[in-house]
Design a protein around this ligand. Sequence first.
Ligand code: BDR
Ligand code: CA
Length: 312
Amino acid sequence: MKLWLDTDPGFDDWMAWALIESMPEMQLLGVSVVAGNAPLRQTLSNALRIKSLHGWTTAVHAGSEGPLSQAQVTAQDVLGDHAMATIERPLPAASAVLASTDAVLALSEALRSNPGEITVLAIGPLTHLAQLLAQSPQAAKQIRQLVIMGGSTDRGNATPAAEFNFLADAQAAHQVFESGVDIRMFGLNVCRQVLVGHEHVARLRATGSNKAHIFADHLAAYVNIAARRQAAYMSVYDPTPVAWLANPQWFNLQPARVDIELQGRWTTGMSVCELRVPDKALPNAQVAMTAQGPEIMAWMMRQLEQVLTCHR
Ligand code: BDR
Ligand code: CA
């Protein structure tokens, strides 16, 4: 499968990228980095450090410094200044360098060379996708499928109503859902069915490599986000659509009409999901509703053990 990753690392972005790199059947053509969890300078630094630590060869492109039209919001209040909290070891300095500083151009060239073949996985604010679709409306036909981690059919996380990636660039999310691209949405409602806890940290640490200890230290800090709310388990966001790409049998999706609230006093960025299609509205996405959490976590652990053992 030919894949493009659009991301704003963030620990869960790292975990999603690692799962992709764990599968030989995934041909990752490029990674575009957007501002989101932190300002672009920081998400780029995180991306290059991750790539260097693992010795991956995938080209990393720098993209947008902020949302299309609104003020920038980040998740640093939850994820720390670097959006990459750790209980001990930090990500080492990067040796990898950027392939380009025009992520949207790089993505559009990849699509032009592989029309109808590339699945785009977007796990940050949708700024780049909106820019691409505005610049080149034929890109909507060249994308095989757009798989998104964002939104929710029920509660939000950044606000009671809105999920972070959609809140961070609500106008972009709106434009993408209006574009006619074939969309699969993995929102909070389904990602909250996939749970990670300290037993998973211990299992990955037992892999024993330096990489495994660094990854486990970051995963432990990620799980601790839930501990602040007196919960033992943290939801697994960005890696969940990767699990679906590999194991669709563990998920149920249903067609829906998804509209993004742009003006709500309390609800800006909310993904309003009408599931009664086509009676009430025409669908514009397939929305993930259920996931078999334990099977998915077991698969993720096996894949991550491979990545963290691998000496390449
Ligand atoms: C999303 O927001 C970010 O903080 C995570 O990386 C994920 O993409 C979850 O709402
Ligand atoms: Ca993300």
